[in-house]
Design a protein around this ligand. Structure first.
Ligand SMILES: *Cc1c(COP(=O)(O)O)cnc(C)c1O
Length: 449
């Protein structure tokens, strides 16, 4: 059967409201869509600082920094101006066969954020997944081109999350997200800890990948202190390359500019994305060393045939440069240290006393609050406690997403003390609204709607 296509000049913009268009045509990421259709979706229209505003004019604290991306706040005057300045020059030009001033300056500035002469080469792409993906391809090809083609396997940690493209998701260690595609993914050795590495044939391993300090998507789980440095030492002993996935931790989230900094570790590759543009634009960077880079020199067959159409996007690079300037000139990390302390204090005062709080896992300016039943066992999945608490928090004026029953608190760094306290208070009230008062808990009223 042949189809007749409408001519664009005959089509008219469809009538409807954003919610109607959404429910008729949109497929959302990571979203059970039947449930979505039954909910009352929030339509976010504008923002300012640490807050977002919906189409009904209600303001909310952006409690998970717009899915872990936002750093300096929404509509930051300097970031807005940087974007407009670049727009007055050009929006996008090709990075294949050409360069542009802002992308090349950004690569130089990113490299300068690491110890001298370590991560000197920067490859730009679009998202966290692609930043990891390119590190995988570079690692494989590096070993092929240096006479160690037997190093073909990857090692990753259980519970890890490295993105959703086929390659990056092969590394993933969260069964709900990744298991289904196992037959199409390349083989990866998953280990739980450093002891797990010792049993592997290290001279067949190309690289090991880790989210340094904290596994984000795995319900905000912190690594023991020192593990990253020990992993670096294992890599040094065995020759295995180390890929640090700082897509979430990068740009201050853990209290230092990079999580690797806390343990004095320089990886062989680092993947950066979410906070790179302060949460403004999709942009990612994979940094590596001169040693890796040099193995790709000398002829067409040694070239890395990999890239994306929007690589080196000038608008994104301009805003990323301005975000780094804000870090430098506005002493963001110094101010952040006090905010980290206040986050700990308020979580301790308002959240910790609630009997359903099994654990608070804080790393710098991010925290996971795990809710469990009073006997310490997890709530049944069907009770959807985390989702219900976040919906109650939304009604109270705070936006965040749970990971199962772990509530995530990861606000933009520009959040004021008053807003931070309010965010924690709303979360505490939302827990009580869903699970009852602490006194009810003793009577065994649990997990009810
Ligand atoms: C979000 C995330 C990714 C994937 O980034 P996208 O931009 O969503 O593709 C990879 N690794 C980690 C640690 C992340 O948190």
């Amino acid at each position: 059967m042949l189809h007749h296509f409408p001519a664009i000049h005959d089509t008219v913009p469809p009538q409807g409201t954003p919610i109607e268009w959404d429910q008729a045509h949109v497929w959302h990421p990571f979203t059970p869509m039947a449930e979505w259709a039954a909910t009352d979706p929030l339509v976010l229209e504008s923002g300012l600082g640490a807050k977002l505003c919906d189409t009904a004019g209600r303001w909310y604290i952006d409690g998970n920094a717009s899915i872990w991306t936002n750093i300096h706040g929404h509509r930051h005057p300097r970031l807005d101006a940087a974007l407009r300045r670049q727009l007055d020059r050009v929006a996008h030009t090709s990075f294949l066969g050409f360069t542009n001033p802002v992308a090349s300056q950004l690569c130089a500035e990113l490299s300068a954020l690491w110890p001298p002469n370590t991560l000197t080469r920067v490859f730009l792409s679009d998202d966290g997944s692609t930043a990891v993906e390119v590190a995988l391809k570079m690692a494989v090809q590096f070993w092929q081109q240096t006479g160690h083609g037997q190093r073909r396997r990857f090692v990753a940690f259980r519970g890890g999350y490295h993105g959703d493209t086929m390659g990056a998701s092969s590394l993933g260690g969260i069964p709900l997200f990744h298991e289904r595609f196992a037959a199409w993914q390349f083989p990866v050795e998953h280990v739980t800890d450093l002891a797990g590495l010792e049993s592997l044939l290290s001279d067949e391993i190309a690289a090991v990948v880790i989210e340094p300090l904290v596994q984000g998507a795995n319900e905000i789980r912190l690594w023991p202190a020192g593990l990253l440095a020990q992993l670096r030492a294992w890599c040094d002993r065995t020759g295995v390359l180390l890929i640090a996935d700082e897509v979430m931790t990068g740009f201050g989230r853990t209290g230092t500019l990079f999580a690797c900094e806390r343990e004095g570790v320089v990886p062989d590759f680092v993947a950066l994305a979410k906070g790179l543009t302060g949460g403004y634009m999709p942009l990612a960077a994979t940094l590596t060393s001169e040693r890796i880079f040099e193995a790709f020199l000398g002829g067409r067959e040694r070239t890395l045939y990999y890239g994306h159409s929007y690589a080196g996007h000038p608008l994104a690079c301009a805003v990323a440069l301005e975000s780094l300037a804000i870090f430098r000139e506005e002493r963001v990390l110094e101010r952040l240290q006090g905010q980290i302390v206040r986050m700990t204090e308020w979580l301790g005062a308002l959240i910790r006393p609630l009997p359903w709080v099994y654990e608070i896992r804080q790393c710098g300016f991010l925290a996971g609050i795990e809710l469990r039943q009073l006997d310490g066992t997890v709530f049944p999945v069907e009770s959807r406690v985390g989702a219900r608490v976040c919906l109650a928090a939304r009604q109270g004026g705070l936006l965040t997403r749970p990971i199962r029953d772990t509530l995530v608190l990861m606000p933009p760094f520009c959040i004021t003390d008053a807003e931070l306290e309010e965010a924690v208070r709303i979360l505490a009230e939302a827990v009580v609204a869903c699970l009852g008062l602490p006194s009810d808990a003793e009577k065994g009223i649990l997990g009810r709607s």
